[in-house]
Design a protein around this ligand. Structure first.
Ligand code: DPP
Ligand code: ZN
Length: 872
C-alpha cells in the first residue's frame, strides 16, 4: 500500500484561486464543468508538473485558457490528470468530467439516494467529482451552478449565498451559489432533491440577519424543530463563549438517509445523517435529543474551527476535530449538567479511545503516517484530541486559554494550519514552554499513573508521589514522560477540602507531572487527609493509587468534586468486579463488598434530586471497563457473569429502596427532552434494570408494563432494552409489537435491530444473521449496517463467542460490504481493536478470522489497512 507521511509534506506546486463549477445533474451521467484559475505557488517547486487528483472519473474534455490541450501534453487516467508542462503563469484550466451518482455506492463524492443528490467530500471525495488539487491547503473561492429537473430536484443547494436562479429549458432549472470564503475542496457540498424545509432566522451579535433552513424529507418537517432550536442556541453560545459570529447570509442543514458519518460541516451547508436531525417525542429518545443537540453544535462550531481556519494536511485532523469536540462538550456542559456531561464523556473516552489506545490500532493524536485517511476519523483523533485541549486549558489556566484562542482566530483566520501553529499561540500568551506538551500529539498509548501517598504526623505533612509510564504502542517502543496535569484535592474528615499549602504558601490544585516520578508535599495537615486525584478527570490517564476501599467509599460520599465522587464509587465497584472475575475463573470464594450497595443506594434515596447524576452513580462499570482493567487473558463470559452477580447482589440488598424509587420516578405527564426530565427517566430505567436483574417474573412484568404503557419513545426503548437482556416470552412479544407499530420508520427500526444485536444471549448471532435477511435491513444503508452488524461487534459476550462464530460473522460481513462501501466495511472491523487482550482460545479464533480476511483478494485500501494493522 501507498503510505503517506507527515515528514514528506510539501506545499502544493500550484494554487487554485477560484473554482467555477457547473454541475448538470443526471441520475447516471452527471456532467461537471470545472473552470479553475490556477497559478504557480511561489512556495512550490519551479518547473513542476501539474498533477490533479481523480477517482473513478471519466474525462470529457480539457482546455487551457479556452484552447484545446495537445494530446501529448496531457496524461489522463481515472485517478490522475497530469500536465507535464503547464504554463508558468496564472491560467485557466477547464475540465469536463462525467460521473454516475447512482452507481456511487461508496457514498463519497456525488451520490444519489432516495431520489436526492448529495455530496460527501471529506476527506478525499471531491476528486470523485472533478480532477482537482484535492488537499486541504489549497483554498479557493467557489461559484457553483447546479442544474437539474424541476420535478425531481426543486431544491438546488450549494455552499455560500444564493446568487441567481432561473429556467434552463426542458423542464430544468438552475441555481448559482457563491461562497466568498476561500475553502478547501473537502468543504464543498451540493444537495439537490425534492425536500421539505423548516425556516427561521438568527440575528448575529453584530446585526447580520441570517436565514436558517433545515431540509428534511417531505412530511418530516415537524421532526426538525428541535434541530432548528439547537442551531440557534449553538450560534448564540459561540458568540458568547468564543466571540465567534456566523459569516454568511444563510445557514443550511440537510438531513439525508444514506450517510457514512454522523454529519459534515460543509461551509454554510451542513449535511447530516438524518438520525442526528430528526426528533419528536414519539420517535426519539432522550439520548437522540442529546446527540442531535451536540452534533448540530459540533458541525456549527466547525465554521470557525475547521472552516475559517482549516488543516494544512490530514495529519492535522485533530486541529479541527479535537478542538471542535472540546467546544461542543463545553456547549453541552453549559446547556445541561457539567458534571454529568463530564462523566458521560469519560465513559465514552474509556470505552472507545482507551480501548483503541491499548490495542493494535493505537496511533498518536496526530499520526505520522497513514495508508488510508478515512481510517483515522477515530476516538483518538476526536476524543483524545479534545482531552489534549482540555489539559492545555487546565495547565495554562482559563484566562490564558481564552487569550490563546483569540490569538489563534486572529492570526490564522483564512489559513490552513498545523498543530504547532495552534500550540504556539498558547505558548505565546502564557509564556510557557509547551514543547513537552507536544508529546500528547506525538505519543500514542494511555499513560498510567501510579500514586503512593504518605502522611507524616510528626511534620503534619502529606506527600503524594506519582510515577508515570506511557506504554509501548505499534511503532513506538519507548516513550518519554508527558506533562500530565494532576488536579488534586485533600479532603478532610468532615468531607470538606483542606487548604493546599506547599513551602509555606497557598498552592495550586494543578500539579504538573513532568518527569517519570513527581513528588509533592503538602503541609499544615493535622490529620491524614484523603487524596482526591485527577479531579474532573484532569488528564486522560489510567490511575492506580494506594487508596483503600475505605478511602474511596469516603470520597464517594463526600468528595466536593462531583466527577471524583462518581469515580470513587466506580473504582470500588471495579476492584470488586476484577476480584469476582478472578474468583470465578479459579473457583475461589466470591469477594462480597456490601458497601458498594450502600453507595448505589444513595442514588435511589428519596432526598436525591440530581437524577441525572444519580443515574451515573447507579450504573456499574461496563464489561469493557472490567476487561481493560484486567488487561490481558480476558474472558468476556466471566466478566459478564461477575457483573451480573454484583448487580444481582445490589438489587437484592436494595430491593425495597429501588422499588420505591421506581414508583416515585414515574412519569407524570407531558414529555420534555430537557436534561432534568431526561435524568429522571435515566434513573427510573436504572431502577428498572436492577429490579429486573435476576430475570424474575416480577421485574420482567414491570418492564413489560412500562413498555406497554409508554407515552414516549424513551420509556419504550428503555423498557425494550431491559426486556431484551432476558430470554423471556415478554421480550419477543414486545419486539413484535414494536415492529408492528414502527415497521415503516427505518430510524426506529434501527433501534430495534440494535437492541437485538446487543442482547447477551446465546441465540443472538443466529438472530442477527436472520435479521440481515429481514425487510428492515439494507446493506446499502450505513445506519442499518451499523445498527445491526456494528452493534453486534460491540456485544461483549456474543461477538466474543468462544467458538469464534462472532468473529467470522463480522469479518465475512465486512468482506461482503467492502465492494460496495469500503469506509463502512472498515468501520465494522473496529470490533477487533482489542482482540489481542483476549484469553488464548478466543485470541486464536479472532486471529483466524482476521487472517482469513487478509487473504481475500481485492480488498479495499480501507479494509486492507485495518486488517494489516490489526494483525501487525
Ligand atoms: N468532519 C466531520 C465531523 O467530525 C466528520 N467527517 O464533524
Ligand atoms: Zn468534526
Amino acid at each position: 500500500p501507498q503510505i503517506v507521511r507527515l515528514a514528506d509534506y510539501r506545499p502544493s506546486d500550484f494554487l487554485i484561486e477560484t473554482v467555477d463549477l457547473d454541475v448538470n445533474l443526471h441520475p447516471t451521467a452527471t456532467r461537471v464543468t470545472a473552470r479553475l484559475s490556477i497559478r504557480p505557488n511561489p512556495d512550490g517547486r519551479e518547473r513542476a508538473a501539474l498533477v490533479l487528483d481523480g477517482e473513478d472519473l471519466k474525462l470529457v474534455s480539457a482546455a487551457i485558457d479556452g484552447g484545446a490541450i495537445e494530446a501529448d501534453a496531457l496524461d489522463v487516467s481515472p485517478e490522475r490528470l497530469t500536465l507535464a508542462n503547464p504554463p508558468r503563469r496564472p491560467f485557466e484550466l477547464t475540465i469536463v468530467t462525467e460521473i454516475d451518482p447512482t452507481a456511487n455506492t461508496r457514498l463519497m463524492g456525488l451520490y444519489r439516494s432516495n431520489g436526492a443528490y448529495t455530496t460527501q467530500c471529506e476527506a478525499e471525495g471531491f476528486r470523485r467529482i472533478t480532477y482537482f488539487l484535492d488537499r486541504p491547503d489549497v483554498l479557493a473561492v467557489y461559484t457553483t451552478r447546479v442544474e437539474g429537473p424541476k420535478d425531481e430536484t426543486p431544491v438546488l443547494l450549494s455552499n455560500g449565498n444564493l446568487a441567481e436562479t432561473g429556467e434552463a429549458g426542458d423542464g430544468r432549472h438552475f441555481a448559482v451559489w457563491h461562497d466568498p470564503h476561500p475553502k478547501p475542496s473537502y468543504l464543498f457540498a451540493l444537495v439537490a432533491g425534492d425536500l421539505g424545509v423548516v425556516e427561521d432566522r438568527f440575528v448575529t451579535a453584530s446585526g447580520r440577519d441570517v436565514a436558517l433552513k433545515v431540509f428534511v424529507e417531505h412530511g418530516r418537517e415537524d421532526r426538525a424543530t428541535y434541530a432548528m432550536d439547537a442551531i440557534k442556541r449553538s450560534m448564540r453560545w459561540d458568540e458568547e463563549a468564543f466571540g465567534r459570529e456566523y459569516d454568511l447570509d444563510v445557514f443550511m442543514v440537510v438531513a439525508v438517509s444514506h450517510f457514512n458519518m454522523g454529519a459534515m460541516e460543509n461551509k454554510g451547508l451542513n449535511v447530516f445523517n438524518d438520525k442526528y436531525v430528526l426528533a419528536s417525542p414519539e420517535t426519539a429518545t432522550d439520548g437522540d435529543y442529546a446527540n442531535i443537540e451536540a452534533i448540530i453544535a459540533h458541525e456549527y462550531f466547525h465554521n470557525w474551527t475547521g472552516n475559517r481556519i482549516t488543516c494544512r494536511d490530514w495529519f492535522q485532523l485533530c486541529l479541527k476535530e479535537g478542538l471542535t469536540v472540546f467546544r461542543d462538550q463545553e456547549f453541552t456542559s453549559d446547556t445541561r449538567s457539567r458534571p454529568v456531561k463530564r462523566i458521560q464523556d469519560v465513559r465514552n473516552l474509556r470505552a472507545a479511545q482507551f480501548a483503541e489506545d491499548s490495542g493494535p490500532l493505537a496511533h498518536p493524536v496526530r499520526p505520522q503516517a497513514y495508508a488510508e485517511i478515512n481510517n483515522f476519523y477515530t476516538p483518538t483523533v476526536y476524543e483524545k484530541g479534545a482531552e489534549v485541549i482540555r489539559m492545555l486549558k487546565v495547565l495554562i489556566g482559563p484566562e490564558a486559554f481564552k487569550a490563546g484562542m483569540d490569538l489563534y482566530f486572529d492570526r490564522h483566520d483564512g489559513q490552513a494550519c498545523t498543530i504547532e501553529q495552534f500550540v504556539a499561540c498558547f505558548a505565546e500568551v502564557s509564556g510557557r514552554d509547551l514543547d513537552q506538551f507536544m508529546l500528547w500529539y506525538h505519543q500514542a498509548g494511555t499513560p498510567s499513573v501510579e500514586v503512593t501517598t504518605a502522611y507524616d504526623a510528626a511534620t503534619k505533612t502529606f506527600t503524594i508521589e506519582a510515577t508515570q509510564r506511557v506504554p509501548p504502542t505499534p511503532g513506538q517502543p519507548t516513550k518519554a514522560p508527558a506533562v500530565i496535569p494532576m488536579v488534586v484535592g485533600l479532603v478532610g474528615p468532615d468531607g470538606r477540602d483542606l487548604p493546599l499549602v506547599v513551602g509555606g504558601r497557598k498552592a495550586d490544585a494543578v500539579v504538573a507531572l513532568t518527569s517519570a516520578t513527581t513528588r509533592v508535599t503538602f503541609e499544615g495537615l493535622e490529620q491524614r487527609p484523603v487524596a482526591s486525584l485527577f479531579r474532573n478527570f484532569s488528564a486522560p490517564v489510567k490511575l492506580s493509587a494506594d487508596l483503600t476501599d475505605d478511602d474511596y467509599l469516603f470520597l464517594a460520599a463526600n468528595d466536593p468534586d462531583p466527577f471524583n465522587r462518581w469515580q470513587a464509587g466506580q473504582t470500588v465497584a471495579l476492584r470488586n468486579l476484577v476480584a469476582r472475575v478472578a474468583a470465578l475463573r479459579t473457583g475461589g470464594a466470591t469477594p462480597e463488598e456490601p458497601r458498594i450497595a450502600d453507595a448505589v443506594g444513595r442514588a435511589f434515596a428519596p432526598g436525591e434530586t440530581d437524577h441525572a447524576f444519580a443515574a451515573q452513580v447507579a450504573a456499574l462499570p461496563s464489561e469493557g471497563d472490567v476487561a481493560r482493567e484486567i488487561g490481558d487473558d480476558v474472558d468476556p463470559d466471566a466478566i459478564h457473569a461477575a457483573r451480573r452477580a454484583l448487580k444481582g447482589a445490589i438489587a437484592a440488598s436494595l430491593a425495597d429502596e429501588i422499588a420505591a424509587a421506581y414508583a416515585r420516578l414515574q412519569d407524570t405527564g407531558h414529555y420534555s427532552p430537557d436534561a432534568a426530565s431526561a435524568g429522571r427517566r435515566a434513573l427510573k430505567v436504572s431502577a428498572l434494570d436492577y429490579l429486573a436483574a435476576d430475570g424474575g417474573a416480577e421485574g420482567v412484568a414491570l418492564a413489560k408494563a412500562l413498555f406497554d404503557g409508554a407515552t414516549n419513545m424513551t420509556d419504550r426503548i428503555m423498557a425494550l432494552q431491559v426486556l431484551s437482556l432476558h430470554a423471556a416470552p415478554a421480550r419477543d412479544a414486545a419486539l413484535d409489537a414494536f415492529a408492528a407499530s414502527y415497521g415503516s420508520d427505518p430510524l426506529l427500526m434501527d433501534k430495534w435491530l440494535l437492541i437485538q444485536a446487543s442482547a447477551p444471549l446465546p441465540d443472538t448471532l443466529d438472530r442477527v444473521r436472520e435479521l440481515t435477511r429481514s425487510r428492515y435491513f439494507d446493506f446499502g444503508n450505513p445506519n442499518r449496517v451499523r445498527s445491526l452488524v456494528g452493534a453486534f461487534g460491540a456485544n461483549p459476550t456474543q461477538f466474543n463467542r468462544a467458538d469464534g462464530a462472532g468473529y467470522a460473522f463480522v469479518a465475512e460481513t465486512a468482506r461482503a460490504l467492502d465492494a460496495r462501501n469500503p469506509q463502512v466495511a472498515a468501520r465494522l472491523l473496529g470490533a477487533f481493536k482489542t482482540w489481542r487482550a483476549l484469553e488464548p482460545g478466543r485470541r486464536a479464533k479472532a486471529e483466524d478470522a482476521l487472517r482469513t480476511l487478509s487473504r481475500a483478494s481485492g480488498l479495499s485500501a480501507d479494509v486492507g489497512d485495518i486488517v494489516r494493522r490489526a494483525l501487525g
